[in-house]
Structures are given as structure tokens and as C-alpha cells.
Design a protein around this ligand. Structure first.
Ligand SMILES: Cc1ncc(COP(=O)(O)O)c(C=O)c1O
Length: 428
């Protein structure tokens, strides 16, 4: 049996429309090779994970050295140097020195669940407000606060006490495209959600600074400042889900830096260790102390192996100024894609922050009819041309470009030309 046949027989993929028809053998930087040795440019980074590039030598060396000493002994039962070192390093990228204490898990959803639990224990309240079209993971708790209903089918019943507030998505906002109006009305809707859609026992508001799975939705610059004012007046915590946006992805080390706000809890995962499974939620000591003995643990969380990799990854991101490079390259890419949009009415909107870029496809630009099939066709054409790209969004019609931050200008230029051809093909 070959790889694909074994997948069909032994790997549960029934939850997918299809697996991309490529068997990946190895990778380096922004390039992956299939088992026949054909090279592809990776524009999706394993769902926005390998920000410092695939198989980054410094990360692999740190992990290999750590593996030879100690892989696992449970970092919560015994002290471990790499875990301590990375916790210190993670505190150093937070927007306030008070955000200092981290709990480590292995996946984004695990960290979101833990943050929810901590918020409940700290506030003594149990309700949550999240955004429409948001995504926070695939466990029951995280799906309960996920506003993207397409992801929730048949998984309920979900936790009670969750209300959703309007998402600041200017392209499809019922309040119109003007960012100021959108912010004003979305903040009003948040207040209505707190007052009218909960029983007033709200522990926290949770949001992604840029909504990834929802379709790379970038809230206007004023949004989170205004939200924070509302939350502070009501004594509600702000949990910032940086799982997809962290570690340089949006042009800053953390995306919340674009908004000038300090949340109460920051959740990180994905790009944290360049592919090694690690996640964290980081908070102030007074909040962290709401956990009492026996309340929480994670067997694999904060393993010395993943923390050694994470530490090396952070050093690379800093030394090579990858967040700044992400901002520069992202701005260039947006410019090129916006030029392309002028020639292809299939492109409804191009938007993004750093190298987190979404291209929303619509079959009718006036009615903004989502063109999900075209997105799938373009993804297939790009694969044939040698480019891996993501497809997502609430309506399945957004091409997601989230390459390693180390990608070359040349590769990005070639990707834009390939996309130009794929768009022409999709409409011919
Ligand atoms: C914003 C956000 N939160 C949480 C998650 C869940 O992370 P994981 O798949 O590692 O559980 C994701 C995954 O895409 C995400 O984008």
C-alpha cells in the first residue's frame, strides 16, 4: 500500500472534503518537496505555524541537543530549565511586565480551554462573550465560544452562557464599509450582548486580533481600544487569542501591538516553536493565582523539548527581525494583490496584516456572492503550478496566504503571477 492508500484505510480523514493531493517528504525555509522530489513554495506554513521557516537549523539544533538530554519527565511535576527559560522569554514579549505567568499546553485549543477556566475561577463568573465568525478550537469548550457556525455542526449541545457580538468585518458589515461607523456599531453591539444576551455574569470577552479561520478579518485600528474601555467599565476580562497571529505573523511580535491594548490573558500556540507542539496562556500573577492545587495540569505541556525549540525560535525571530520583515513583505504583497484585484472581478477584497493575507473571492462583486468553488479550483491550479495555499473563511471563499516569514521576494512575486494565471483560468 502506498501513502495515500494507507491514509484511506487507516487515517480518519472523513471530516475533510479532500486532502491536498501531495505527499510531503521534506521541507526547508519556504520550500517543501514531495516524495518525487518536486519542489513547492509553501504559502500556508502548515496552517500558519513555521514562521521562522521549515526545519530552521537553529531550532532543530536546539531541539536535537535537548532530545539527547531529556525529552519528557513532566514539567509540572519537576523543574526543567528550558521550561523556566522559555517562560521568562515569553513574558518578555508581552505588552506589559505584569503579564508574566504562563501555563503551557500542547495545542491552541488546550490553552484556550485553560484560559477560560482560569477566567471563570478568577472572576467567580461563568459567561463569555465572543465574536461572530471567530474560531477558537475544536474541543467542546472552545467550539462553544467559536462564532463560525460552519465549524460547529453536529458538535453540540454547547456550553450555555456564551453570547456573540458583531464582528468588525468592514467588507460584509451590516453597518457599511466605513471603519469608524463599523467600530462604533460593533462596540454598541458588544454592550448590547453584555446587557441583553447574558445574565450579567460575564467572566471574559475573547477575541482574535485578526480573525484567521473566519477569513483574515482585520478589525479597524480603533476597535480593541474601544472594546477595552467597555470591558474595564464592566469588570470583564479581555482574553486575546494570539494562537494564529502571534510570533511575527502580522508584522509585530504579537498582533495586539497594532491596537495598543493590554489584555488580561494572552493565548499563544502555532508559531511559538516553529512546528513543535506547544501552547501557552500568559497572565498577571493575581489572575494566575486563581488556580489552586489540583485545578489544572497537562502531561505534555511545556516539555523541555518544545520549550528548547521555542526559545531558539524566538531568538531567530528577534535576531532576523522577522516581525519587521513580515510587515514589509506583507505590505508589498498587498500592493501587488490589489493591483491584481483591479484586473479580476472575482477578487472582492484583498486584506491583511503583515504576512497574514486574505483574498476574498466573489462571483458577483455587487452582491458579494461568496465564490467557494472558485477558491477550491484556484487552490488546485496553484498546487499544479507548485504553490501551497490555504482556503478558508466563514463562507469558504477566502484564499489564505500565510507563508514562512523568511520567504523571498522572488517566491512571492512568482506566487502572484501564478495566482494571476489561476484567476484567469477560473473565470475562462
Ligand atoms: C485563533 C485560533 N485559536 C485556537 C485555535 C486552535 O488551535 P489548535 O488547532 O492548535 O488546537 C486555532 C487554530 O486554527 C486558531 O486559529
Amino acid at each position: 500500500m502506498n501513502t495515500v492508500e494507507k491514509y484511506r484505510r487507516y487515517v480518519n480523514t472523513y471530516f475533510l472534503k479532500s486532502v491536498q493531493p501531495i505527499v510531503i517528504d521534506r521541507a526547508e525555509g519556504a520550500t517543501v518537496w514531495n516524495t518525487e522530489g518536486r519542489a513547492y513554495v509553501d504559502l500556508f506554513s502548515g496552517i500558519s505555524v513555521v514562521n521562522a521557516g521549515h526545519c530552521r537549523s537553529e531550532v532543530i539544533e536546539a531541539a536535537t541537543a535537548q532530545m539527547r538530554r531529556l525529552v519528557h519527565c513532566s514539567s509540572y511535576l519537576y523543574y526543567s530549565q528550558p521550561t523556566a527559560d522559555f517562560a521568562e522569554a515569553l513574558a518578555s514579549i508581552m505588552p506589559s511586565p505584569e503579564l508574566r505567568v504562563s501555563f503551557f499546553g500542547s495545542s491552541g485549543a488546550e490553552a484556550v480551554e485553560g484560559a477560560m477556566r482560569l477566567a471563570k475561577q478568577f472572576t467567580g463568573k461563568s459567561e463569555f462573550i465572543a465574536l461572530e465568525m471567530s474560531f477558537h478550537g475544536r474541543t467542546v469548550g472552545t467550539l462553544s465560544i467559536t462564532g463560525n457556525w460552519g465549524r460547529k455542526k453536529k458538535g453540540g449541545p454547547y456550553l450555555p452562557g456564551v453570547a456573540f457580538a458583531a464582528v468588525p468585518y468592514t467588507y460584509r458589515s451590516p453597518f457599511g464599509p466605513d471603519p469608524d461607523t463599523c467600530v462604533r456599531e460593533c462596540v454598541r453591539d458588544l454592550e448590547r450582548a453584555i446587557d441583553l444576551r447574558t445574565s450579567g455574569q460575564v467572566a471574559a470577552f475573547i477575541a482574535e486580533p485578526v480573525l484567521g479561520e473566519g477569513g483574515i478579518i482585520v478589525p479597524p485600528p480603533e476597535y480593541f481600544k474601544r472594546v477595552k474601555e467597555v470591558l474595564d467599565r464592566r469588570g470583564i476580562l479581555f482574553i486575546c487569542d494570539e494562537v494564529q497571529t502571534g510570533f511575527g505573523r502580522t508584522g509585530k511580535m504579537l498582533a495586539l501591538e497594532h491596537y495598543g491594548v493590554t489584555p488580561d490573558i494572552v493565548i499563544t500556540a502555532k508559531g511559538i516553536a516553529d512546528g513543535f507542539p506547544l501552547s501557552a496562556f500568559t497572565t498577571r500573577d493575581e489572575i494566575a493565582r486563581a488556580f489552586t492545587p489540583g485545578d489544572h495540569l497537562s502531561t505534555f505541556g511545556g516539555s523541555p523539548l518544545c520549550c528548547a525549540a521555542a526559545l531558539a525560535n524566538l531568538e531567530v525571530l528577534r535576531r532576523e527581525k522577522l516581525p519587521e520583515r513580515s510587515a514589509e513583505k506583507g505590505a508589498q504583497l498587498l500592493e501587488q494583490l490589489r493591483a491584481l484585484a483591479k484586473q479580476h472581478p472575482l477578487i472582492g477584497e484583498v486584506r491583511g496584516s503583515g504576512l497574514m493575507v486574505g483574498i476574498e473571492l466573489v462571483s458577483d462583486p455587487d452582491r458579494k456572492t461568496p465564490a467557494a468553488e472558485a477558491a477550491a479550483r484556484i487552490q488546485a491550479s496553484l498546487l499544479e503550478e507548485g504553490f501551497l495555499v490555504g482556503v478558508g473563511g466563514t463562507f469558504g471563499n477566502v484564499l489564505r496566504v500565510q507563508p514562512p516569514l523568511t520567504i523571498s521576494d522572488e517566491d512571492l512575486k512568482r506566487a502572484v503571477s501564478a495566482l494571476d494565471r489561476a484567476l484567469s483560468q477560473a473565470t475562462s
